[in-house]
Write a protein that binds this ligand. Sequence first.
Ligand code: AMP
Ligand code: ZN
Length: 139
Amino acid sequence: MAFHHCIFCRIVARDAPAYILAEDGDCLAFMDINPVAPGHALIVAKQHAENIFDIQAPVLQRLMGTVQRVAQAVNAVFLPDGINIVQSNGPGAAQSVPHFHIHVVPRWQNDDLLMNWSLRPGERSAIEANAARLRAILG
Ligand code: AMP
Ligand code: ZN
């Protein structure tokens, strides 16, 4: 079921804009609009599930294939020193959107990124350009 008040359901339904990277039957990948680094991307389940406890296991398993593909593209385009795969559940874990998603976070030595980073809007033109570079690899 889709929830109209849920921003990620709206992106899945193309009711809200996003820099989309890849899509299949189970999930949608798009750029985070408050990127902690160039290339910061999200993979969301198409079906609304709030968190790791609610998502159906087969959907989660299939979603991980896209997480790997996006991580490979981010690695190839941005050549980071490392990548964190981050997934948050509940306010204590700083989950800000209650619709299951997985972050692909490119990391650089000494970037001093903390686990509960604060949300700061990125520059749209830069995010759009980074999305285009990733799409070229993801096809
Ligand atoms: P979390 O804090 O783990 O729930 O992550 C939610 C992420 O969604 C944050 O990094 C936000 O920047 C990102 N986000 C929220 N709204 C949007 C949107 N409309 N398009 C893209 N990313 C979004
Ligand atoms: Zn939703």
